[in-house]
Design a protein around this ligand. Structure first.
Ligand SMILES: [Zn+2]
Length: 115
């Protein structure tokens, strides 16, 4: 039966960063975990790196995106385009009413005016 000592990281050597990421996010095998834990006990350099990485991970966990502006019930573009369409329709109605020749208005004239 083999012991964890068989997989021990040689003195003066360090595991690659990928191994530490797996260790940090608890995605490594039990064997690797104990090997890396043993190494952390004796290697100040790797301990320091791990402390930095776990701090970055924690601060990313607390990071929240700011609330997007204009994302309420009426999305901003819809409101703008609706307002533009309303103004365009209003202008078209006004322009049509005052520029139409008499013969177009004649059929409706008796209802509004008595001659
Ligand atoms: Zn190390």
């Amino acid at each position: 039966m083999s012991t964890t000592n068989d997989n021990k990281i040689p003195a003066g050597q360090h595991s690659p960063r990928e191994d530490w990421m797996e260790y940090l996010y608890d995605e490594t095998s039990e064997e690797n975990r104990s090997r890396l834990s043993e190494h952390l006990k004796t290697c100040a350099e790797c301990r320091e790196k791990m402390a930095g990485w776990s701090q970055v991970g924690r601060s990313l966990d607390t990071w929240r995106l700011p609330q997007a502006r204009g994302a309420g019930f009426w999305p901003q573009p819809l409101f703008k385009w609706g307002l533009a369409a309303l103004l365009a329709a209003g202008f078209a109605f006004w322009a049509g009413r005052f520029s139409a020749p008499d013969w177009i208005c004649r059929p409706f004239a008796p209802r509004f005016k008595k001659r």
